[in-house]
Design a protein around this ligand. Sequence first.
Ligand code: 13P
Length: 287
Amino acid sequence: MTLNDWFKKALREGWAVPHLNISSLEQLKAMVNVALRLSSPLHIGTSSGEAKYLGMRQCVALIRSFREDTGLPIFLNSDHFGNVEEAKRAVDAGYDSIHIDLSREPFELNIKGTKEVVEYAKSKNKEISVEGELGYLRGSSKVQKEVIQINPEDMTDPEQAVKFVKETKIDRLAPVVGNLHGIAANEPNLDIARVANIRVSLPDFVSLVLHGGSGIPDEQIREAVKAGINNIHVNTEIRVVYADALRKFVTENPEETTPYKILPPVIEAMEKKIEEKIKLFGSVNRI
Ligand code: 13P
């Protein structure tokens, strides 16, 4: 099954494919361990910064080796790559999935650049899945002390979404529906009616992606999936667990210098959080 096949299955069956970000081998190990235990597919993302740190070709090789060793459906995504050239480099490096995010550009330029990436990606790899983004997504993947207000004009307009999908021929759309990146001082309030409205306006073969999955109350996540979200991104909550567990271990064991002894408790702590999310998204036992 291709990644797009997994998205179709998720939409048909009413669950969401987990998209989890990595910038270390330990994060990936934790994700693979949980996905194996729970029989869940995995969509692994690297943002631009994460990909620069790990190396695109190294990420591709890592994902491929885990896929071969475990037999898990595990796919690599270029998360929020912000320009056409960078997205093309991810295609060339062998990414299974591309997210080209030109949502800060004027609408027509967003269409033009996204379409160019879709055409390039599909010409190189027929099975690739490409995502575009529409709307103004605030925040970043960290704990933010301030209140982040989402304005009505930040949100994705369903009519624009239809035009955007039709002209770009993307496989997945990332809308702004009250979500934001990271954890803010205020609780997000997803506009579920807008999710449902965008969902019914788009053809079934186009996936709806919820970014900024951290900090959203579980009940809102369930409602969003019911309304047609079939792919959910989480980064910050896993980063927080990683950093807290690492800090705790090195503080309590100041003499320990062996990485493979320092990091297993960190992996274990992340596994708990990842398991929570995979269960919440309903992707357990779907393989
Ligand atoms: P969070 O950091 O809020 O979980 O969002 C991650 C994300 O959307 C990556 O694309």
